[in-house]
Design a protein around this ligand. Sequence first.
Ligand code: GMT
Length: 377
Amino acid sequence: MKIGIVCYPTFGGSGVVATELGMALAQRGNQVHFITYKQPVRLDLISSNIHFHEVFVEEYPLFHFQPYELALSSKIVEVVELYNLEILHVHYAIPHAYAAYMAKQMLKEKGIDIKVVTTLHGTDITLVGSHPNYKPAVEFSINNSDVVTTVSESLRKDTLRLFNITKEIKVIYNFIDFEKYPEIHSEDCKRLSIANENERIIAHVSNLRPVKRAADVMTVFYKIQKVIPSKLLLIGEGPDRESIEHQAKELGILDKVLFLGNSNEVNKLLCYSDLFLLPSETESFGLAALEAMAARTPVISTNAGGLPEVNIQGVTGFLSNVGDTDDMAKNGIYILEDTDRLQQFKLNALAQAKRFSLENVLPKYKEVYKEVLVDCC
Ligand code: GMT
């Protein structure tokens, strides 16, 4: 198949899922074309099946806002025609589904029927997409996609609740490519370069936006380390970085927190970890939690959105109400205080993550592509 993938190229989960999906499809003999404004961070271009097409937006003094959607839909038209693409898979509705619709109409005029698959990821529906500024355009572009998927059952329900949707929505969960998570042996994880032998390692990965409630990460860690000697690894960059650095200083724990910035090696960093914290306000799926579990790390999360579909209460970790840092700390201590119990949670986390393996999930996307192509010819 010849597939165009439109996504955000940044460290966010939707870009990660799109990139991993594209690379897996390419590895299995499909021709994959990434169309976005920058090379996606996790994209490994070393394959004759992977192509990258950069979308340029010219600066012009008249433009207060650069017309990215226009440049994107023009680039889509160009690439579809040049390479005879059959499917366009757009990740994150804003503005990708809208640009795809425009491209589809332009191509129709040229006698080309490109099929558009839209995957909704989270805030494109919940926080941003349903805002009155965007809602009509988001609703329109979802309803005019050939196939719509969401990354969890919870996001499917949110989409139906917040929009007037006339299409069927299929749930296809996010996935893990376990080839990138080799069997972890304790000697590979140079724990001692990060923490003392008696310390547990706790991790958080996010783009530190308000929705991630990074201040809660710090509060929960503060409460845990009072009982269990530990270090906190903070992976990712974002607007709340500075405020939580100050919070750590005020709490007197700055020397126990390592700010590691954005990383392409989250899997390796997670293999050092004993516990993962994800106290988000909302999370359609929580890919970061799944990545932690794939690295055998139990998860303390909220029970928001799709997190209960990933993290199983009392098995792979615990779920608390948003903001209930006492409960999160109590559960974290429960897991960490007993080595045998911690080992059991680690094994459970890995077993649950395996349900979301690439091998289990990729066929579902392939089915969608085949269905949509059969419909067309
Ligand atoms: O919606 C966002 O916050 C952005 C998006 C992204 O690009 O990072 O994250 C969402 O998509 C991920 C991949 O499907 C999910 O794992 C995240 O849970 C989801 N984020 C939210 O719902 C807040």
